[in-house]
Design a protein around this ligand. Structure first.
Ligand code: AMP
Ligand code: ZN
Length: 484
């Protein structure tokens, strides 16, 4: 069966600066490229906000019926410390010197940590995580092609892109070449044609990660050409969606567009989406302030990765978002209240009773979908889930409606990845004790029932008697469900 993609998905396109209805180039298939991390340090929770935009898109497009070809690269060479000016040191080599280690070892180690963080945070794995260092021939092919077409030129063994050869340079960021020049914030190298021309290839005998090419013995690629070459290799010349953080708009994405479009003569990406920066304690995250928290810091304080995930998607990706430990604690409570909701729904779904409440579930599902279709409005989507929970707390759902609500929560989980839906099995000893207590209560032997409850509490199991049956719950919040 061919799924018909939803036709109402609206996304905000940085290029047009407005919301547009999403349409893929090829019916039913989405090609999406996400700028990935530079693996010179542990990804922090701000980086994760940007990567979550990619994961949310992936999930929502798939739920809407598309096949999503998703690529998220790993930058393991060529990202300079002063990337605005295209100057400075390679971030990975600088870190290698600080740690007195081999740069390849640095990038391998942080790549592994990054991939393991993504798995812990329930990211749906992309088709591929291409490494820049494994795509140098593809980059050189583009660089040589750009020279042949008159868009790039050599200065000694370096190669620069001539921004004045590409009139649309500045269309994404709104920067005008003339204004950039007037700002003169770019270190001017005499031999460059224009001060804002950026490097496609750099030569440096002292660089440890280096390649031989027609430009000389010791060279390495510029950061921007990496993404142009990797996206072309894995997704072809034209993308549907390209994502990154707000700081990637300029220069990184502006330069990617110039390189790719000058090389292919085609529109590179149709929709550009950028996540706003996460703040911590109301301010900028910085190494100096020691607030570049990683997933490990969150877990070390006793939180689950999904608590952080929730914390990062509770705000809309284009709005400012703040992180504090207090907010994370509130996120934990919010998710626990949803775990509790799931347990109650399981009881209601298994119990008898008249049909009622179907319309509440249908309304929640409609507002959830409408919110996600509206440029991934996750706060409104979550509000729809909490509204359903609020409206149905007093057992206002019949068995069918409770069943439908559980189905709706499965959809919510497929879209957001934060709920706990799996039914946890009780071990036999615990189940035996619960059943023995039920039997004691039936026989009105309340002393025995209380003693059995005490034994269960000692095993870390809390019980709640509801009109429809007994709910059990582990004291540590993991799992729970009904016993009939
Ligand atoms: P980097 O590893 O430095 O290349 O950063 C990886 C991604 O994280 C980039 O797309 C950045 O735009 C993004 N990023 C960096 N800092 C933050 C932040 N505080 N909040 C959200 N995204 C960020
Ligand atoms: Zn990129």
């Amino acid at each position: 069966m061919i799924a018909i993609p939803s036709m109402s998905f609206q996304i905000h396109n940085t290029l047009s600066r407005r919301k547009e209805e999403f349409r893929s180039l090829q019916p039913g298939i989405v090609r999406m490229y996400n700028c990935g991390p530079t693996v010179y340090s542990r990804a922090h929770i701000g980086n994760m906000r940007t990567f979550l935009l990619a994961d949310l898109l992936r999930r929502w497009l798939e739920l809407s019926g598309y096949e999503v070809r998703q690529v998220m690269n790993i930058t393991d060479v060529g990202h300079l410390t002063d990337d605005d000016a295209g100057e400075g040191e390679d971030k990975i080599e600088a870190q290698a010197r600080r740690e007195k280690r081999d740069p390849w070892e640095i990038s391998r180690g942080y790549t592994e940590l990054f991939l393991s963080d993504l798995a812990k945070l329930s990211f749906v794995p992309p088709l591929v995580h291409p490494r820049a260092s494994e795509h140098v021939p593809e980059m050189l092919e583009m660089i040589e092609g750009l020279i042949a077409k008159g868009h790039a030129y050599r200065v000694g063994d370096d190669v620069y892109f001539d921004v004045k050869s590409f009139p649309r340079y500045g269309a994404l960021s709104g920067n005008r070449v003339a204004e950039l020049e007037a700002g003169a914030r770019i270190a001017v190298r005499e031999e460059k044609r224009n001060p804002e021309d950026f490097a496609l290839w750099k030569s440096d005998p002292a660089h440890l990660m280096k390649w031989k090419s027609v430009f000389g013995e010791h060279g390495f690629p510029g950061w921007h050409i990496e993404c142009s070459a990797m996206s072309r290799k894995h997704l072809g010349e034209q993308l549907d969606i390209h994502t990154g953080g707000e700081d990637n708009i300029f220069p990184h994405h502006e330069c990617e567009i110039a390189q790719s479009e000058a090389f292919t003569g085609k529109t590179f990406a149709r929709y550009w989406m950028h996540a706003r920066f996460l703040q911590v304690d109301g301010g900028k995250m910085s190494k100096r302030l020691g607030n570049c928290y990683s997933l490990d810091d969150v877990v070390a304080k006793g939180y689950e990765p999904r608590h952080l995930r929730y914390c990062l998607i509770r705000g809309h990706y284009r709005q400012p978002l703040n992180f504090t430990w207090g907010i994370l604690e509130e996120c934990r409570s919010a998710l626990e209240s949803l775990d509790d909701f799931v347990r109650r729904l399981r009881v209601a779904a298994a119990a008898g009773g008249p049909a009622r409440g179907e319309e509440l579930v249908a309304a929640a599902r409609a507002s959830f979908d409408a919110a996600m279709d509206d440029d991934l409005n996750t706060p409104s989507a979550l509000a729809a889930v909490f509204a359903l929970r609020g409206a149905t707390l007093e057992d206002r759902l019949g068995p069918q409606a409770a069943h439908a609500a559980l189905g709706f929560l499965e959809r919510v989980h497929a879209a957001l990845g934060v709920l706990r839906l799996e039914q946890q099995n009780l071990d036999q000893q615990v189940e035996g004790l619960i059943r023995a207590r039920l039997a004691a209560r039936k026989a009105k032997d309340f002393a025995a029932a209380d003693r059995l409850r005490g034994e269960l509490v000692a095993l870390g199991i809390a019980l709640e008697d509801t009109p429809r049956g007994v709910l059990w719950k582990r004291a540590d919040g993991t799992g729970g469900g009904p016993i009939q």
